[in-house]
Write a protein that binds this ligand. Structure first.
Ligand SMILES: Nc1ncnc2c1ncn2[C@@H]1O[C@H](COP(=O)(O)OP(=O)(O)OP(=O)(O)O)[C@@H](O)[C@H]1O
Ligand SMILES: [Mg+2]
Length: 223
C-alpha cells in the first residue's frame, strides 16, 4: 500500500534516515517514534507524497511517487487520510463544514447523515455548528481525526495526534484509531509518547518503528 525502498531524506543537513525499506500493508498498524527532530513528520510527508525522497523509491498504492502526475497524486491522496501535527482549520467555517472539506474540495458528494454519524463517533455531535476557535484542544484533535477519515481512506497517517491531550483524552483518541483499524484501515501514528504505544499494543497488534541515530529500525518487544 505504502512501500519504501532504500529511502533516505536530506533537507541539506545530512540524511535524516538512511536506506529505509518498509511496507505498510492494508489493515496494518504501525507506530513511528523517536526524539524531536528525528524525522517523524518528514517520514509521514513521504508517505503521502508531500515530499519526494532524496534517495530511493516511495510507492503509494503500487505506483512510484516520482512517476505520478499531479492528478494521479491527488487521486491517490484521496485514499490517504492525514492528521497533521499542527491541525489547522478554516476558522470562519463551522466544524461540520471543515470536516467535510476533503470531500467538497475534491468534488465528492457529501452525505449529511454520514457526516453527523462520524461526528457522533468522535464525540463532537454537539459541536457541529461551532467555529474551530471555540473548540478545546481535545475537540480539535478529534475534529482533525474526523476530517482525515471522512473520505473513508485506506490508510490513516496521524502525526502526534494526541500531542496536547491529557492521558484520558489520549486513550480515547487512540481507541478511535484502533477501532478504525479493526474496521480495516491501515494506521500509522507518529508519536514520542511511549505510554501511548504501550497502551495501544495491549489492544492491537502494532509494529513499532524507531528513528534513532539517523537510522530507522523496527523496535523489538522491549516497549
Ligand atoms: N522544510 C524543511 N527544511 C529544512 N529542514 C527541515 C524541514 N522540515 C524539517 N526539517 C528538519 O528536519 C529534521 C526533522 O524534522 P521533522 O519535523 O521530520 O522531525 P520530527 O521527528 O517530526 O520532530 P517533532 O517530534 O519535533 O515533531 C529537523 O532537524 C528539522 O529541523
Ligand atoms: Mg513532527
Amino acid at each position: 500500500m505504502i512501500v519504501f525502498e532504500d529511502v533516505s531524506h536530506d533537507y541539506g543537513g545530512g540524511p535524516l534516515f538512511g536506506d529505509v525499506s518498509v511496507r505498510l500493508e492494508p489493515g496494518s498498524f504501525h507506530f513511528l517514534t523517536g526524539p524531536s527532530g528525528a524525522g517523524k513528520s518528514t517520514f509521514l510527508k513521504l508517505c503521502y507524497g508531500e515530499l519526494l525522497p532524496s534517495l530511493g523509491k516511495v510507492s503509494l498504492m503500487n505506483r512510484d511517487l516520482r512517476a505520478m502526475s499531479r492528478d494521479d497524486l491527488a487521486e491517490t491522496r484521496a485514499r490517504i487520510g492525514v492528521v497533521h501535527q499542527d491541525c489547522q482549520f478554516l476558522d470562519h467555517l463551522d466544524v461540520e463544514t471543515n470536516i467535510s472539506l476533503p470531500l467538497t474540495a475534491t468534488g465528492r458528494p457529501v452525505n449529511e447523515r454520514d457526516v453527523r454519524d462520524l461526528m457522533g463517533w468522535v464525540g463532537l455531535a454537539e459541536q457541529a455548528k461551532s467555529l474551530p476557535p471555540t473548540l478545546s484542544g481535545g475537540e480539535r484533535q478529534r475534529a482533525a481525526l474526523a476530517r482525515a477519515i471522512i473520505g473513508a481512506p485506506n490508510v490513516l497517517l496521524a502525526d502526534e495526534p494526541t500531542g496536547n491531550l491529557d492521558w484520558d483524552m489520549s486513550q480515547r483518541l487512540m481507541m478511535l484509531m484502533i477501532e478504525l483499524n479493526r474496521m480495516g484501515t491501515a494506521v500509522l501514528i507518529a508519536t514520542h509518547d511511549l505510554n501511548l504505544i504501550r497502551f495501544a499494543k495491549a489492544q492491537v497488534q502494532a509494529r513499532v518503528m524507531r528513528i534513532s541515530g539517523r537510522k530507522l529500525q523496527l523496535a523489538g518487544a522491549e516497549l
